[in-house]
Design a protein around this ligand. Structure first.
Ligand code: ADP
Ligand code: MG
Length: 561
């Protein structure tokens, strides 16, 4: 087959340009990305072989090798893992599947400073392309396990890449970087130095569970030494807390989440007893772009006795904790466990309950001990966590305890519902809230006038999910959650009897006007009432207590219902 030349997809080309004119201050990370891909490929092969014994693949010495050629100035990262077919190389390496990429590139153009760009780029799987930070040409040769022929991919990171079918490729993938000319100013980035490579591997990839080997530099005149394994290969979740540095945890996080930032928190859990498992969970520092889209891949990695079983195992955490990343390693599951089994397994359900509680209690700890961390958490993930108020009735109280809301009491100091209840005035029976699109919109609502006037605190709820959970939850500590825009408000009960008499008199006085207005507006409204809620505005529209609020009506309409 002849060599075919293809054009990169537009987004891919843009990302490549970013890599080449490196937006990262730290180029070393390309090695981590290539090793991460190699490790995934080995995991996949082991698993495929486990599922299909007939697969014609050699799994006797699965490993990663790093070869350095000083003369040619090349660095090669090799694995004997699953490899890719011709079609897969074109699809996986030539395009960017991530749907958020367009949005991302847009934002990247808007983020003028380099630091902002680095933060943004971290959210996208640009792993393989990062090789172009260090190389001016990249060659990838691969053969899928079980297939005869291999494929060679080459590119200079410009508009095109070539694909070629090759005969003699070994099983797995090798990626060769033709390194950019040496920078005499910067010895640190000499990737032809085995010492440099070793340092980078130890720093970023020590926890990789496959051996990463390289041949050390030969002493003058001596024979080539034996390959050396650079990483300790110890599963971080199986080691005690004292043994592992925060940096090591963070590198594992980056490997599994494809996020380039540090996580907000690392959560360890060791469950002993009849069903033993270890979990290492991470709360990211920032919500990914696609958290609210259908494409978002949620779930943690599942291992069974140190053997990788699957990515994105959804069964271990509920959807409202879908931003949590991590690893769960169970001792007593079958290596052949399938999604169908997972969905029904009693132990899995127990694990989910335990992990959920652990995450929620971690958030509670933030709240008690680290206000800033809590604020970051809630800003990034609050809107997701609140879904749990609707879907997880078992943990409703625990979720409500860590939920905070803007309120009319203070501009920038959110409150929990429990704190609100503590502050309630004598005679106030309900927890008042208003929902809407933005803080400004709800604060300017005429419905707020009476509350402002009487100094009654109102929760300001501006996430779409707020409309739904307030109904699902209904009350807290015996106090009803009530929308200020719904139904009759008895604010005057608090104003005393005199006000009541006053109202009756007014009602008689205005009966004629109200009747007339009611007739004129018959088509559009149910009833015209005298109101005590307004102090400045002349009139406002109010829903019945059981009606949808305007924002919810809007949401359902937008959904086509
Ligand atoms: P990501 O790892 O986030 O998916 P990458 O750009 O690093 O993104 O890699 C893109 C895809 O290319 C991978 O998902 C994988 O399917 C494939 N790939 C990359 N490197 C290898 C490899 N060494 N062996 C097999 N497949 C690979
Ligand atoms: Mg990758």
């Amino acid at each position: 087959m002849p060599t075919e030349t293809f054009e990169f997809q537009v987004e891919a080309r843009q990302l490549l340009q970013l890599m080449i004119h490196s937006v990262y201050s730290n180029k070393d990370v390309f090695l981590r990305e290539l090793i991460s891909n190699a490790s995934d490929a080995l995991d996949k092969l082991r698993l495929e072989k486990l599922r299909d014994d007939a697969l014609d693949a050699d799994v006797s010495d699965l490993h990663i090798a790093i070869d350095i050629d000083k003369e040619a100035r090349t660095l090669t990262v090799r694995d004997n893992g699953i490899g890719m077919s011709y079609e897969e190389v074109g699809r996986l390496i030539g395009t960017i599947a991530n749907s958020g990429t367009a949005t991302f590139l847009q934002e990247l153009r808007e983020a003028k400073d380099g630091a902002g760009a680095e933060g943004l780029i971290g959210q996208f799987g640009v792993g393989f392309y990062s090789g172009f930070m260090a190389a001016d040409e990249v060659t990838l040769t691969t053969r899928r396990a079980g297939e005869d022929r291999g494929t060679r991919w080459t590119s200079r990171g410009e508009a095109t890449y070539t694909l070629q079918s090759v005969e003699d490729a070994p099983q797995g993938t090798s990626v060769t970087l033709h390194l950019k000319p040496a920078d005499p100013e910067n010895q640190l980035h000499d990737y032809t130095s085995p010492w440099t490579v070793k340092e980078i591997v130890k720093r970023y990839s020590d926890f990789i569970t496959w051996p990463i080997r390289t041949v050390p530099e030969a002493a003058e005149g001596a024979e080539a030494p034996e390959p050396e394994t650079l990483n300790s290969m110890k599963a971080l979740w199986a080691r005690s807390r004292e043994e592992v540095s925060d940096d090591e945890y963070h590198e594992l996080y980056k490997h599994i989440s494809h996020d380039w930032r540090e996580p907000l928190e690392t959560i360890r859990l060791q469950a002993e007893g009849t069903f033993e498992y270890q979990a290492l969970l991470f709360v990211p520092a920032q919500a990914p772009h696609d958290l609210f889209t259908r494409e978002y891949r949620r779930g943690v990695q599942l291992y069974v006795k140190r053997v990788f079983i699957m990515d994105d195992c959804e069964e271990l955490l509920p959807p409202y904790l879908r931003f949590v990343k991590g690893v769960v390693d169970a001792q007593d599951l079958s290596l052949n466990v399938s999604r169908e089994i997972l969905q029904q397994d009693r132990h899995i359900r127990m694990m989910q309950r335990r992990l959920t509680k652990k995450v929620l209690s971690t958030v509670k700890d933030f709240m008690a001990k680290d206000a800033e961390r809590y604020a970051t958490f809630w800003r990034e993930f609050g809107a997701v966590v609140k879904e749990g108020l609707i879907t997880d009735s078992d943990n409703r109280e625990a979720i409500l305890a860590v939920a905070s809301f803007a309120s009319t009491r203070a501009d920038d100091e959110p409150t929990t519902v429990a704190q609100y209840v503590e502050r309630m005035k004598d005679g106030q029976d309900d927890i008042y809230y208003i929902t809407g699109d933005s803080r400004q919109a709800v604060e300017n609502s005429p419905h707020m006038e009476a509350f402002r006037d009487r100094g009654i605190e109102v929760l300001l709820l501006t996430d779409p999910v707020d409309e739904v959970w307030v109904d699902a939850v209904g009350e807290h500590a015996g106090k009803r959650l009530r929308s200020v825009t719904k139904g009759e408000l008895d604010l005057d009960a608090e104003d005393g009897e005199q006000a009541g008499e006053e109202r009756e008199k007014q009602a008689e006085e205005y009966a004629g006007l109200l009747g007339w207005m009611g007739e004129r507006l018959e088509e559009d409204i149910k009833e015209v009432r005298l109101s005590t809620r307004l102090t400045v505005s002349a009139a406002c529209v109010v829903s019945d207590a059981q009606d949808l609020t305007p924002a919810l009506e809007h949401m359902y309409r937008a959904m086509g219902q």
